[in-house]
Design a protein around this ligand. Sequence first.
Ligand code: SF4
Length: 458
Amino acid sequence: MAAPVLSPSARGFVPLQLVERTNRRTPNTVALGRAPRVHLWHIGCQMNDADRERLGGELADIGCVPEAALEDADIAVLITCTVRQKAEQKVFGKFRELVSWKRARPGRSIALTGCMAVEHGDALLARLPDLDYVFDVREPDGFLAKLQAMHAIDLDGPLPLPATDRLSAFVPVINGCNEMCTYCIVPFVRGREQSLAVDEVVAHVRRLVDRGVREVTLLGQNVNSYRDPRSGARLPDLLRAVDAVDGLWRTRFLTSHPRNAVPALFDAIAELPTVCEQLHLPVQAGDDALLRRMRRLYTVAEYTAQIRAAAERVRPRLAVSTDIIVGFCGETESEFAGTERLMRELQFDTVHLAAYSVRPGTAAARRPDDVPLEEKKRRLNHLLAVQREIAAERNRQYEGTRVEVLVEGVSEDGRPYGRSREGKVTWLPAGSATPGTLVAATVRHSTAWQLHADPAAA
Ligand code: SF4
């Protein structure tokens, strides 16, 4: 199958400028008599979740009401994903729903941003006649300026963002990726790596803490490649700066590349009080030849040494999770066996398993996708069963030990639940804790995916 040609913006890593429909029937200036309300919708990875949060703040800064309910909104913004074909289909499904919403009241408009915007650009306007704007969420200034021009008389300066009911938030710190793994579309749709400055990130975290957030996850497709564009500070330095924010309880970071997992990072996890004892380090495969075909640029032995060094440094325990792709182009039985061997050897707490599917436009799309679907499913199910055993054993080691739980909510049967510092979902007895509190608890019982704990005596 020939790979479709990527949009010029995706090929050249140039941020997409605002594209708008020129033969619009709606006037360019709309008087509402109140601040315009924007409905935000997103799909895909945590980066899109964070982009939604950031775009909401930027809309409030120009005087628009972000996060409006759809029925009350004047503008709907879709933050999209293109990593899998299924995600794109969901976006088109959501768009179809919005068409009747838009036609129900004159003056409403629909904007599309995120990875599909960068990959397809203005071709989307031709394909979707009710779409008004396409913009790059990394560079929303053109779109924001357009809203300011259209609604000038209704905009009355920045709106304060209300307190949030979320305890945890994602904070993007680096966008894009320089790695070019052969199966991945991210470098084409997110471009080259671009880090925010430490003081910008810290200011963002402070604003979130002021609104009630207690846990932040610093995000990037390749977060441990972070480098402050001015000072050159790296991720461990950024973690130190964020750790110092008053009122913040927990800091995590996602997602790391093994090439940048350095001892200073493990030191930061071990030393900084808010930084949780959790490391997500995607390995993708447990065979060197397979890793080379994926262009991952490390060996199984190097990866193993890193995990061992991290566990050695972060005592008494570090939860390690990873991503694995099964059925990549030409994956042999013996390469697949290497992946299983690595899982058994390193005993991951969590493994995000996915069967390989071709992403048009990537280097791997030019190779034969020659592991039959049935075989991919068999390998996937086999590794899922292996991981269930390993996770059960990992969690059994928590029984009788203390965990710290950030209580996030209460289930219908009255039991509070939250996550431990290691990221484990933990349940407490009914009535024993309230959301938004930190509880020290002793693990009574565990399963492969959850811990059950009792609050410890004071
Ligand atoms: S490091 Fe991650 S985001 Fe970057 S190309 Fe590889 S898989 Fe994609």
